[in-house]
Design a protein around this ligand. Structure first.
Ligand SMILES: *Cc1c(COP(=O)(O)O)cnc(C)c1O
Length: 745
C-alpha cells in the first residue's frame, strides 16, 4: 500500500500525541498501543516493566522522529493515535443514553488504593485492582467519574525472600517523571496546593493526575516543602505505619479529596466511598454545609443524600477502628470548626452512640452518612446485613439497607495479548496473527475475512473485531464448536501455558540469583509444559488458606510424580508486612517448593503484582481458591481466568457461589459451611482433594483419538459463555450507575 510521506509538522504533532498517549492508561487495554511502544524498544519495554513514559524517555526524540518515517511503524502509530482520538471523542456512549441523570456532574470515587497496571504500584491487592477496573469501565461506558486516592511515593512493598524463606519487604522510590502521571497545575503553571488540618497542624498537599481513558484520577501527595518531614512521609506507603498514620492518611484522602475537587471546580453528583477508608469525606461535606448555615441535623440529611458506600469484607481487621484518644488527637482541631464535641463526633462511628467503650468505626460512619450501601456479592450482602443489623435495631435482617452488586473485572484489560491476537486472527482470518501478542511491529496486515475491520477504526475507538469482544453474544457464540474449533482453543491453551512456564523459569532464575551457565539449563527444566498447571496467587491473608492443599502432602506428591497425568503448582502472593501468620504460610509453601519431594513441581514466584497476575490467570489451567467461607466477600482473581480459558476450582464463596453452574468449572463442597473452623478446614481440604482427583485430573487427561480433552474444552467454552460478560466491570458499573448513582431511581 502507499502512504503519503509525512511532513515535518505531522511528525512533530505525532511526537506530541505519543507523549500524551503514554500518559493515558488507555494503552493498558489497547494491544496496538502496547505493540507500538514495545516496537520502539523491545528490551526497554520489558526491562522498564511495560512503561511507555519510561520507554519514551529512553528513546531520543530524534530516534522517534526517524522511526515515525518508517512505513510500518508510522502506519501503526497513526492508527493507534486515530483510535485513541476516536475513543476520547466518542459521544455515543452507554452513559449518554442510560445515565442522563448524571450528565455533566461526575461521580467522585474515593479509594485508598488503585491498581491500574504494574507500572504504578499503588495497590495492595484486590480492592485496588477492582477500583482501577471500575474507572476503566466507567471510561469505556462514557460515565463521567473522577477518582481520588493518594500518591504513595514508595508504593506498596516489593517482596523478597530470605534464607529462612521469610518474606522481607523493601521499597523503591517512584519518580513521577517516569510514570504515567501529570502534575496538577494552576493557571500560572504552579502546582495546585490545598491543605487539611490534621492533628495540630495544617498539612499541605499537591496532586498528580492519572488519566484513565476519559476519566482523571487524582493522587494527593504531602511530600512538599512547607510540611515537616514526618508529614511529608504521610503519603509514603500504602497502608504504611501505625494507627496514627492510618487515620491521618484517611483524613487526607477523605477531607483533602473533597477540598481538591472544590479547588478544581468539580461538582460531583454523588460521592462513592470505596471501603470505609474514605468515609471522612462525609464529615467534610457536613462541615461545608454547616459553614453554609445548615444545622448539624440538616447537614447530616443533606450529606447522606450525596453519598453511597461499598463495603468489601466481613473480616473484622478490614474495618478500621480508632480509639477515643486517637480521634481526639487527629480530629480534635478539625471538629472544632464544626462546633462539635468529641462525643458528638464519636457518635457517628459507634453502633451505640452512648457506649463510651465503643471505638470509632469507619464502616459505621460510612453507613450512617450514605443514602445507599452495598456488599460485593449476594452472599456478602447477606453477611453484611447480619453483621450490621445492630445499627438498624428496629429492622429485621432482610430489611437492613445493605444490598449487593457483585464485583467484576475489566475484560479487555485482563485478556492477555496472546488471546487478543488469537481473536483478531480468528475474526479477521490469517495474515495478521501476531506472534507473542505483544511483540509489536505489525501494522497493516492483510485481513482475510472482509468486514472484520482489523485496521478500521469505529467511532468508539475500537477496531471492529475488538468491539465484538465487548458483546455478550460474542461470548455465547463460543459454545458453538463450528465458530472456533477445539483444536484452535487447545493450541491457544498450550501457548498460554508455555508463556507462563517460560516466564516462571526466568523469574525463578533471577530469584535464585544463580546466573551461571548451568543455572540456565537447570532452570529450563523446572515445570512441565504438558502438566495440569494449578495456580494460586493473591494476598496471603490467612483466611485464604494458601497451604490448605498440602494437608494432603503424601497424596499430592503422588499426583505430581504421576508420569502419565502430571500435575504442578505455581504460587505467588504477598503477606501484609505485619502479618506473621501470613508470612508463615509463605514460608511453608516456599519450603515445600525447595526442600520436599514437590521440588520442581511446585514453585513460588516472588513479588506478586498485576503483571504476575496476568501471566498466571492466563497460563494456568486451574485457578485454585479455597477461602474460609464466607470471608471472601467476592474475590476477583478467578474472574480474570474465564476470558483466557483457565478454569476455576473454588469453594462456593463470594462470586463463585453465583458464577458456578456445574458445567463451567469446578466447585469445592456445597452451598454451606460448618460453624466450627477446624471442622470447616478438615471438610474443605477433603473436598478439595476429592474434586481434584475425581473430577479435575481425569477430565484434563481424558484425551480422545485426536489427542484432545473434549470435555475440558467444552468447560472452557461454557466458562467463556457464562462468566466473561457477567463478571465484567462493564456490567458492574452499569449496575452502580442505574441502581446507586442516579438519585432519582
Ligand atoms: C485480581 C488481583 C487480586 C485479587 O485476588 P483475589 O483472589 O480476589 O484475592 C489481588 N492482587 C492482584 C495483583 C490482582 O491482580
Amino acid at each position: 500500500m502507499t502512504l503519503e510521506p509525512y511532513t515535518v509538522d505531522e511528525i512533530t504533532s505525532q511526537v506530541a500525541a505519543l507523549n500524551r498517549l503514554a500518559r493515558n492508561l488507555w494503552w493498558t487495554w489497547d494491544q496496538d498501543a502496547q505493540d507500538l511502544f514495545s516496537a520502539l524498544s523491545r528490551r526497554g519495554w520489558r526491562n522498564l516493566y511495560h512503561n511507555p513514559v519510561a520507554v519514551l524517555r529512553e528513546v531520543s526524540e530524534y530516534e522517534l522522529r526517524v522511526r515515525l518515517q518508517d512505513r510500518e511503524f508510522g502506519a501503526l502509530a497513526r492508527r493507534v493515535l486515530q483510535k485513541f482520538q476516536a475513543y476520547m471523542d466518542d459521544k455515543e456512549t452507554w452513559a449518554a443514553e442510560h445515565a442522563r441523570g448524571l450528565a455533566g456532574r461526575p461521580v467522585a470515587y474515593f479509594s485508598a488504593e488503585f491498581g491500574f497496571h504494574e507500572t504504578l504500584p499503588i495497590a495492595a491487592g484486590g480492592l485496588g485492582v477492582l477500583a482501577g477496573d471500575h474507572i476503566k469501565s466507567a471510561s469505556d461506558l462514557g460515565l463521567g467519574l473522577v477518582g481520588i486516592s493518594l500518591f504513595y511515593r514508595e508504593g506498596y512493598f516489593m517482596q523478597s525472600i530470605n534464607e529462612e524463606n521469610w518474606q522481607v519487604e523493601y521499597y523503591t522510590h517512584l519518580n513521577p517523571r517516569n510514570l504515567p502521571v501529570e502534575p496538577v497545575l494552576d493557571a500560572r503553571g504552579e502546582p495546585v496546593i490545598c491543605s487539611v488540618d490534621i492533628a495540630r497542624t495544617q498539612v499541605f498537599f499537591r496532586t498528580w493526575r492519572v488519566n484513565v481513558g476519559r476519566n482523571p484520577v487524582y493522587l494527593l501527595d504531602t511530600d512538599i516543602d512547607p510540611n515537616e518531614q514526618h508529614l511529608r512521609d504521610l503519603t509514603l506507603r500504602v497502608y504504611g505505619g501505625d494507627g496514627t498514620t492510618r487515620i491521618m492518611q484517611e483524613m487526607l484522602l477523605g477531607i483533602g479529596g473533597v477540598r481538591l475537587l472544590r479547588e478544581l471546580g468539580v461538582a460531583p453528583s454523588v460521592f462513592h466511598m470505596n471501603e470505609g477508608h474514605a468515609a471522612f469525606l462525609a464529615l467534610e461535606l457536613m462541615r461545608e454545609k454547616m459553614a453554609g448555615g445548615l444545622s448539624s441535623a440538616e447537614a447530616e440529611v443533606a450529606t447522606r443524600q450525596e453519598c453511597v458506600f461499598t463495603t468489601h469484607t466481613p473480616v473484622p481487621a478490614g474495618h478500621d477502628r480508632f480509639n477515643l484518644d486517637l480521634m481526639d488527637y487527629a480530629l480534635g482541631r478539625y471538629i472544632r470548626q464544626l462546633g462539635w464535641s468529641l462525643d458528638e463526633l464519636m457518635a457517628f462511628g459507634r453502633v451505640d452512640p452512648e457506649d463510651e467503650k465503643e471505638t470509632f468505626c469507619m464502616t459505621v460512619l460510612a453507613l450512617k452518612l450514605s443514602r445507599a450501601a452495598n456488599g460485593v456479592s449476594e452472599l456478602h450482602g447477606e453477611v453484611s446485613r447480619e453483621m450490621w443489623q445492630s445499627l438498624y435495631a428496629d429492622r429485621a435482617i432482610e430489611e437492613v439497607p445493605i444490598g449487593h452488586i457483585t464485583n467484576g473485572i475489566h475484560t479487555l484489560g485482563w485478556m492477555k495479548g496472546t488471546v487478543r491476537s488469537f481473536w483478531r486472527r480468528e475474526l479477521c482470518g490469517n495474515g495478521n496473527g501476531n506472534g507473542s501478542g505483544n511483540a509489536g511491529g505489525q501494522a497493516d496486515g492483510n485481513p482475510g475475512a472482509p468486514g472484520c475491520g482489523a485496521n478500521e477504526v469505529l467511532p468508539s475507538g475500537l477496531a471492529r473485531w475488538e468491539a465484538e469482544l465487548g458483546q455478550p453474544d460474542f461470548w455465547a457464540r463460543i459454545e458453538d464448536p463450528t465458530f472456533v474449533k477445539d483444536e484452535e482453543l487447545w493450541a491457544l491453551r498450550y501457548r498460554l501455558r508455555r508463556e507462563l512456564i517460560e516466564f516462571s523459569r526466568r523469574r525463578l532464575l533471577i530469584q535464585g540469583e544463580r546466573l551461571t551457565r548451568t543455572a540456565f539449563i537447570e532452570y529450563d527444566h523446572l515445570l512441565n509444559p504438558d502438566a495440569l498447571t494449578i495456580g494460586f496467587a493473591r494476598r496471603f491473608a490467612t483466611y485464604k488458606r494458601a497451604p490448605l492443599i498440602f494437608d494432603h502432602y503424601d497424596d499430592i506428591v503422588k499426583l505430581v510424580k504421576d508420569a502419565r497425568r502430571p500435575v504442578q503448582f505455581i504460587f505467588a502472593g504477598k503477606a501484609h508486612p505485619r502479618d506473621d501468620e501470613g508470612k508463615r504460610f509463605i514460608q511453608k509453601v516456599i519450603h515445600l517448593s525447595k526442600h520436599s519431594e514437590l521440588r520442581g513441581h511446585l514453585v513460588f514466584i516472588e513479588n506478586y503484582d498485576i503483571h504476575v497476575a496476568r501471566m498466571m490467570v492466563s497460563g494456568c489451567d486451574i485457578w485454585l481458591n479455597n477461602p474460609r467461607r464466607p470471608l471472601e466477600a467476592s474475590g476477583t482473581s478467578g474472574m480474570k481466568c474465564g476470558v483466557n480459558g483457565c478454569l476455576n476450582l473454588s469453594i462456593l464463596d463470594g462470586w463463585w457461589r453465583e458464577g458456578y453452574d456445574g458445567t463451567n468449572g469446578f466447585g469445592i463442597g456445597d452451598d454451606s459451611h460448618p460453624e466450627n473452623v477446624e471442622e470447616q478446614d478438615r471438610r474443605d481440604s477433603a473436598n478439595l482433594y476429592g474434586t481434584l482427583t475425581e473430577k479435575v485430573i481425569p477430565t484434563f487427561f481424558n484425551r480422545d483419538t485426536a489427542g484432545l480433552p473434549r470435555q475440558w474444552i467444552r468447560m472452557i467454552r461454557r466458562a467463556m459463555a457464562t462468566l466473561v460478560h457477567q463478571y465484567s466491570t462493564d456490567r458492574m458499573v452499569k449496575e452502580y450507575a442505574t441502581r446507586y448513582y442516579q438519585p432519582d431511581r
